[in-house]
Design a protein around this ligand. Structure first.
Ligand code: GLN
Length: 186
């Protein structure tokens, strides 16, 4: 069985854990370095990216998590998680710099500031929650995975999938199913 870790320093881990379990995976909360040894894939959830980055540094998790990503393990980053992985955030270097995209924090106006929207994937559409979502200004050479109208909101780049929204809050399973698939074939 595939085991998925959800980084649980701050932000919304609980719904991600439940969603993975509902899809037949095993899910554990990741709070310390040794937890990374027990997992096949990692979810970096939404929350507040500055707070999460500070906690990652304080708990000495920046390098172990970075190494886990560099080793090619499947990763799903949502909202604040996407901000943490991006190479460029608001014109400055991002925290992990593992995902070659440019993002702007809290960049949506009233339309997608805190609302549900239909995300279109190649395989169908699902409702998802946008909460002070980051905007992907430039997705570089990433594969576009999900869109809201013409706006790119989910991407994949190698072993990393990232979405600017919260799929777990609306029980949207597309990205979690894909993550389990990637982990099973890794
Ligand atoms: N705006 C938040 C940040 O900058 C991200 C919002 C979220 O994860 N829901 O970290």
């Amino acid at each position: 069985m595939v085991t998925v870790g959800v980084l649980a320093l701050q932000g919304g881990a609980r719904e991600h854990l439940a969603l993975i379990e509902s899809l037949g995976g095993k899910a554990i909360a990741v709070k310390k370095q040794s937890d990374l040894g027990d997992i096949d894939a990692l979810i970096i959830p939404g929350g507040e990216s500055t707070t999460i980055s500070k906690l990652l540094t304080v708990f000495e998790l920046k390098k172990p998590v970075g190494d886990f990503i560099d080793a090619g393990n499947p990763v799903l980053a949502t909202c604040a998680g996407l901000i943490l992985l991006a190479t460029e955030v608001d014109g400055e270097p991002g925290y992990f710099q593992k995902l070659p995209i440019k993002v702007k924090r809290n960049a949506y106006g009233a339309q997608l500031a805190s609302a549900e929207a239909i995300v279109d994937y190649q395989q169908g559409s699902e409702n998802a929650a946008f909460i002070r979502a980051p905007k992907i200004l430039d997705s570089g050479d990433s594969e576009v995975v999900g869109k809201v109208s013409d706006e790119v909101v989910a991407i994949r780049n190698g072993n990393i999938m990232a979405a600017s929204y919260h799929p777990e809050l609306t029980n949207s399973t597309m990205l979690h199913r894909k993550l389990l698939e990637m982990a099973a074939s890794n």
